[in-house]
Each structure stands twice: as structure tokens, then as C-alpha cells.
Design a protein around this ligand. Structure first.
Ligand code: ADP
Ligand code: MG
Length: 703
């Protein structure tokens, strides 16, 4: 260990840096997890303040985020009492006058600044009547370092403790300069020269200097581009390498015989013509299944795009070659629906299908388990109950996982273990379209198939936004639709923190709907009901005995009632974009024109308006996912937490799609040519990966 600390400059402990020392080192350890020179130098600023120029007061606009001014204090006055006590400073540069306001450190300011003195100030202008006003701008005396402007001040993420101890952005940028000077001879280029040249990237050294202390805005952007590229390149290299490893290390059962699939096509039980997208995806799946390589595939398709039939036909590919299959859904309602939907198809082909969920009785289980173990059951549909130990197959060949973002490692292992000889092929289906950039990182180690076409004859859902006070108009529209024989969903939010309130909203809603539509029957489904109660209600609605379904988001995923053509979403402002899109997907499944009504209060934030407008404008899940990514950032999108995606230090998947694409293509082409990086030109990759490995086993930070 010791040897490494002395041989690798970047492993040197931070206390040995001039300007830091042991005490500050402890604070940096605790607050920012910075232990070594390497940690510090990779603590990138999240933005820079442009101090390269001075604005003139007469060119200020409200759009400017922050400006630097150079001028004179004309007056300083303390006004107000108690918590209203504040210092107001009139500041002029000859082109106009602005006002600075300080509520804090008033006495400090009075002591350090004088009327008539010349200063430099930095802050955000806000229009206040005729004048611009600055709240708590930074102000400093003019000195040779700042008098001409000319630098970009890095801004680092800080904690309260750091601020209190004056370990602020200024401090960090000062020690960073010292560190960069010492580190420069130690920087090693981590990218092959070929890539640096091809993409016109900054060298590692230039990038490191300019990310912290940029010479110009252009240099800063180049530094960012270089470091993002590097990060995404190594991220993709790892994922694609895993994918290749997976393919070479794990065999899969070989399913070549398509007789059963043909029988399904020809013997008339196939209810419709497949869309071209469905056919293409089935070809992609069959290409996997016939090769002997293990399939690990993600099937993305918007709600209603027809993933179920694709799953069924994939299962036929396996069953026709003597294997068993399972399909796992996240809820009982969904499992049940799959079972009901597939039963007819399966039985027409002479196949045995079973359902296993948490509510399957002991007696029911006793019937299923032996049949499954002996291979008499061809398809088993279920929930997580399928993962339990007594569920044993004779020869499980294919697992379909429906509507789940990404199942965890432990669950995956359990599924694999269901066939001890040779792991079952895996097809994960999701109706949450993921923007391509995100899919590349999140699912970069899976193969991805996309159904990007809806079955013919579907009318696009019409989506409108209505305010709560126009509820009566909405109700009369619902009445018209129900008269035509349609059914209606009314969905209420259910968010855990305010479960009680939500429940009350739901019940109030149910009562007012029942009162408003005395001539119709109203169903209600929510999370507090027992499984069989929910199921009964759901079935009443499916059979058309009730016309209106009042529900919480339990109906969100997968439920299919083609005659339901109107979806009213209450408090739509409380739902996320992709969740609204999912909910809307419950309608538009039949031949009739379908509608989605988004109900909200009048007061909406800018983001909420954008969400609602996006939904009114498009039905395309991928477009919606892109907006969602931009609004929320990748960290909040479903499934990202467990993927290590958040380890990205500098790249931003919402913005860096182009860089990601280039980095991925570069990683692919290098892996194709030189999978183990033995060519001399790929030496930088080899040694960088080595150093990353060392870093992850570096124990020095524990002492
Ligand atoms: P999802 O992709 O959301 O799971 P489903 O598989 O539930 O979609 O399919 C939605 C509806 O579309 C179902 O009623 C299904 O029978 C129907 N469907 C699927 N594929 C086609 C097709 N090629 N032509 C016509 N209808 C189809
Ligand atoms: Mg589905």
C-alpha cells in the first residue's frame, strides 16, 4: 500500500498539498469525500462565473443570470428595524445607478466599504421599478488581479460546514491551481491518440487545467467535451465488453424449430395480422434463440403497441423445441389479465397454461407444482410468486418479464437458477420508452428491440387540459360518451406521503361521481382493497356492468379494456410525465375515438405546464421520454438508481446525447478490432483500465 502511495502521485494524501494541511484535510475528507490528489483534481466545478468582462449598467437586462460591474459606491444607508433591517448601497459606473441590498453582515460591509470608493461587484440583476436591484452581490476592492476582469471563476458544490470554515470556491480554486501545477508532469493521456485526433479533443492535461481554471469560454467548453467523452467512452467500453463476455461465456438453449409458431399462424387462432414492427422484433428474438447464445433482450414498445402477442410467439418458439416458459408481471391484476388473454391461444394449440400468484391457494399450488416439475405445464403466468423455491421446472427455456424497469441482480439470479443446466433466455418488456441516450447507458449491456408502430386502425387519443372549475362540462362530455356505449376511467393520485388525504380525495371523488351519474354504475379500485375485491370490481368493469371506474394508479400498468375510451386524470399536476402517458395508454385500445382529460387547478408551475402541453401535443412515448429526461434529469427517471448511472461525474445524459453516441461508436469499433487492447495504439486504454482497477482496491482511504 505504502509503495503505491509513493509511486502514484494521484494517490498522495490531500493533507500534503500546500494550502491544505491536516486539519482542512479532515474537513475535505468528511464533507466531500476527498482523500487524495486524484479525488481533488476530479472534483469538478459545476459551473463557472464569467468574470472575463464588466457589464455596463445601461446594458443590464433581466435575462442576465449574473454580471460583473465596476464602479463607485455613491451612498450607503441602513434602513428598517429588526428582521427588516437592511443596508442599501447605491452603486454607479457612470452609465446608470443600481442598488445593492444586504440583510446580513451589514456591519461587516459598513466597515469594509466606503462611500466614494471604487469596487467590483458580482451578482444577479433584478428589475425593481426603474432601477436594477441586486440582492447580496459579492463586492470586493479593486486589485491588480481583478481590475481587468479576465478570468472564469469556478464554482464548486459546497456544504454548509465548508462555507463556515471558509473552504469555499475561492479556496478550492486556489489549492486547485497549486495542485494542477504539481500534477502536470503526472497526467497521462487516457485516450488513444487516434480518438483524440479524430474527435479533435483536448489533451488530458489541457482538459484538466481548463475545467478548473479556463482560459476562455471556448477552452472551458473544449475541456468539458473532452472529459465527457472520456467518461462516456469508458462507460460504454465496460458495458459493451460485458455484453460480449455474456455472449461468449453463457450458452443458451437452441430453438430452431418453428413448427408450433407456424401452426399458430395458419390454424386460425391468430387474431390479427402482425405489424411490421412486431414481425421485425420477432425476427430479432428468433435470431438470438436459434444461435445457442444466451438471450438478454429488452423489448421497448409504447403502451398498446402489442408486446403481449410478441411475447406469446416467442414462447411458442421455446415450447416448440421442448422447453417451458414463464411470464412474470408486477401485479396480480396484470398476471391475471395475461393469463386470461393467453389461455385461449394456448389451449387452441393444445398447450397447458397455469396461473401462480400470491393468492393462489395451497390446493391450487399442489396441483401446479408437480405438473410444472414434470414438464406438463408449458406456460406459467405469475407474479413474483414465480421466484419462490418450490417453483421448479423440468426445463425452463424462456422467461418473459413484463412492465418492469429493471429487475435486480438477486431476482435475475433466482430466475437463472430455475434451470440449473442452462440458464433460460430472458426477455424484459417495458412500456416506458426510455430515451435512446439513457437506454444506451442503462441497458447498454442488453440487446434492445423496439416496437415503434401501433397496430393499424387505431385512432390517436385526443388529449385535452381542463381546469377543475370546468368539471361540469367534463361531466356532460362523459355522459355523452357513456350514452354511446363507452366506458370511462377516472384516476386519482396516490402518493405515499399523503396517503390519507389521497384516500379522502378518492372517496370524495367516488361519491360526487356516483351522485352526478345516478343512472350509471360506478366501480372503485384502490390499494387498500383486498386482491379479490379489486379483482371483482375490475371484472365488473371489464364485463361492462359498470360504466365508470374510479381508481388510483393501480390501473396504471397493462390493464386492457378496449371499450373504455375516456381517461380522466384528476390532479394531473401531481403525476410525472411518463406516468401520465402510461395512464393515458389505458384508453385508445379499441376502434373508437378515445379521449384523455387532464384535470388541474389553475395555479401551475412552468414545468407542470410543459408536462401538460407535451401530453396534449403528442402521443409518442419516445418524444415524451425525451422531455421527461430534460425536465427531471436522468437521476429521477425510473430504474436509474440501481444501474450505477449516477456514477457519472461530468456527463449529463439529458444534454450529452451526441457525445454519448460518438463515444459508443468509438468503443464499439475499438472492441471489434482489438477486444483485449493489445495493439500498441490502445495502450492508453489498457493502462487506464489497470489504474481504475487499482483505484477500486485502494484501501489507503480507510486508514
Ligand atoms: P402492450 O404493448 O401495451 O402490452 P398489448 O399487447 O396489450 O399492448 O396490446 C394492446 C391491444 O392491441 C390488445 O388488445 C391486442 O390484442 C391488440 N393488438 C396487438 N397487436 C395487434 C395487431 N398487430 N393488430 C391489431 N391489434 C393488435
Ligand atoms: Mg402489456
Amino acid at each position: 500500500m505504502n509503495q503505491r502511495t509513493t509511486t502514484n502521485f494521484f494517490d498522495t494524501k490531500i493533507e500534503f498539498l500546500k494550502g491544505v494541511g491536516p486539519q482542512r484535510a479532515v474537513t475535505l475528507n468528511k464533507e466531500l469525500n476527498i482523500f487524495t490528489f486524484g479525488d481533488l483534481i476530479q472534483y469538478y466545478p459545476f459551473r463557472h462565473e464569467d468574470r472575463s468582462r464588466f457589464h455596463r449598467i445601461n446594458e443590464l437586462t433581466e435575462e442576465l443570470t449574473a454580471v460583473q460591474l465596476k464602479g463607485r459606491i455613491r451612498s450607503m444607508v441602513v434602513v428598517g428595524e429588526g428582521y427588516k433591517r437592511r443596508l442599501t448601497v447605491e452603486f454607479t459606473d457612470g452609465t446608470g445607478v443600481v442598488e445593492f441590498v444586504y440583510f446580513q453582515s451589514i456591519d461587516w460591509h459598513l466597515k469594509h466599504f466606503k462611500e466614494g470608493g471604487e469596487y467590483i461587484a458580482y451578482g444577479k440583476p433584478q428589475r425593481y421599478g426603474q432601477r436594477f436591484n441586486f440582492s447580496h452581490p459579492e463586492i470586493e476592492t479593486i486589485n491588480p488581479e481583478n481590475e481587468n476582469g479576465g478570468y472564469f471563476q469556478p464554482v464548486y458544490n459546497l456544504t454548509e460546514t465548508l462555507r463556515k470554515k471558509h473552504l469555499d470556491s475561492r479556496f478550492l480554486s486556489k489549492v486547485m491551481r497549486t495542485l494542477l501545477e504539481q500534477a502536470t508532469p503526472h497526467f497521462k493521456e487516457t485516450l488513444p491518440e487516434e480518438l483524440v485526433r479524430k474527435f479533435r479533443l483536448f489533451s488530458k492535461t489541457d482538459a484538466m487545467w481548463n475545467i478548473h481554471l479556463p482560459e476562455s469560454e471556448a477552452a472551458l467548453n473544449q475541456a468539458l467535451r473532452r472529459l465527457k467523452f472520456e467518461e462516456l467512452f469508458y462507460n460504454q467500453l465496460r458495458l459493451i465488453k460485458n455484453k460480449i463476455l455474456h455472449k461468449t461465456e453463457y450458452p443458451g438453449q437452441i430453438f430452431t424449430n418453428l413448427d408450433l409458431v407456424k401452426k399458430f399462424y395458419t390454424e386460425g387462432s391468430m387474431p390479427f395480422e402482425l405489424t411490421n414492427a412486431q414481425k421485425r422484433v420477432l425476427r430479432e428474438i428468433h435470431d438470438d434463440l436459434k444461435t445457442g447464445k444466451h438471450m438478454n433482450r429488452l423489448l421497448q414498445g409504447d403502451v398498446g403497441s402489442g408486446k403481449t402477442i410478441v411475447a406469446f410467439i416467442a414462447m411458442l418458439m421455446a415450447i416448440g423445441n421442448g422447453a417451458q416458459t414463464c411470464i412474470m408481471a408486477p401485479t396480480e391484476i396484470l398476471a391475471d389479465q395475461h393469463y386470461r388473454g393467453l389461455k385461449g391461444f394456448a389451449e387452441a394449440l393444445g398447450l397447458k397454461i397455469a396461473l401462480l400468484t400470491g393468492s393462489t391457494t395451497k390446493k391450487g399450488r399442489k396441483l401446479i407444482f408437480p405438473d410444472l416439475a414434470e414438464g406438463n405445464i408449458h406456460i406459467i403466468v405469475g407474479t413474483h410468486a414465480l421466484l419462490e423455491d418450490p417453483v421448479q421446472f423440468k426445463n425452463l427455456g424462456l422467461c418473459i418479464i413484463d412492465e418492469q424497469h429493471r429487475f435486480g441482480v438477486a431476482q435475475r439470479a433466482k430466475l437463472w437458477a430455475k434451470n440449473p443446466t442452462i440458464p433460460p433466455h430472458i426477455l424484459v418488456m417495458t412500456a416506458t420508452p426510455i430515451p435512446r441516450t439513457l437506454a444506451m447507458t442503462l441497458y447498454g449491456d442488453l440487446d434492445v428491440s423496439i416496437i415503434d408502430e401501433l397496430p393499424a386502425g387505431r385512432k390517436p387519443i385526443k388529449t385535452v387540459h381542463r381546469y377543475d372549475q370546468h368539471r361540469l362540462n367534463v361531466f356532460s362530455f362523459l355522459r355523452d360518451e357513456i350514452k354511446k356505449g363507452r366506458q370511462v376511467y377516472m384516476v386519482y393520485p396516490l402518493i405515499e406521503e399523503s396517503e390519507k388525504l389521497d384516500y379522502k380525495d378518492l372517496m370524495d371523488g367516488y361519491e360526487s361521481v356516483s351522485r352526478a351519474f345516478p343512472e350509471y354504475h360506478v366501480s372503485i379500485v384502490h390499494g387498500k382493497m383486498l386482491a379479490y375485491e379489486k379483482d371483482d370490481e375490475m371484472q365488473r368493469f371489464v364485463r361492462g356492468e359498470t360504466q365508470i371506474m374510479v381508481a388510483t394508479t393501480v390501473i396504471e400498468v397493462g390493464v386492457n379494456v378496449p371499450n373504455a375510451s375516456v381517461m380522466v386524470i384528476e390532479s394531473a399536476e401531481r403525476f410525472g410525465l411518463s406516468q401520465l402517458h402510461q395512464l393515458r395508454g389505458r384508453v385508445g385500445r379499441g376502434a373508437e375515438q378515445s379521449y384523455c382529460v387532464l384535470m388541474t387547478g389553475v395555479k401551475l408551475s412552468k414545468d407542470t405546464r410543459l408536462r401538460i402541453e407535451t401530453l396534449c401535443q403528442t402521443n409518442n412515448g419516445f418524444e415524451i421520454a425525451d422531455v421527461d429526461l430534460k425536465l427531471r434529469g436522468p437521476g429521477d427517471l425510473a430504474g436509474t438508481q440501481q444501474s450505477g448511472l449516477l456514477d457519472l461525474l461530468i456527463a449529463d445524459l439529458a444534454k450529452d446525447g451526441e457525445i454519448l453516441k460518438a463515444a459508443r461508436a468509438a468503443a464499439e469499433s475499438i472492441l471489434n478490432e482489438d477486444p483485449t487492447f493489445i495493439l500498441p495504439k490502445n495502450e492508453p486504454i489498457r493502462s487506464h483500465i489497470d489504474s481504475l482497477h487499482k483505484e477500486s482496491t485502494n484501501w489507503s482511504r480507510i486508514s
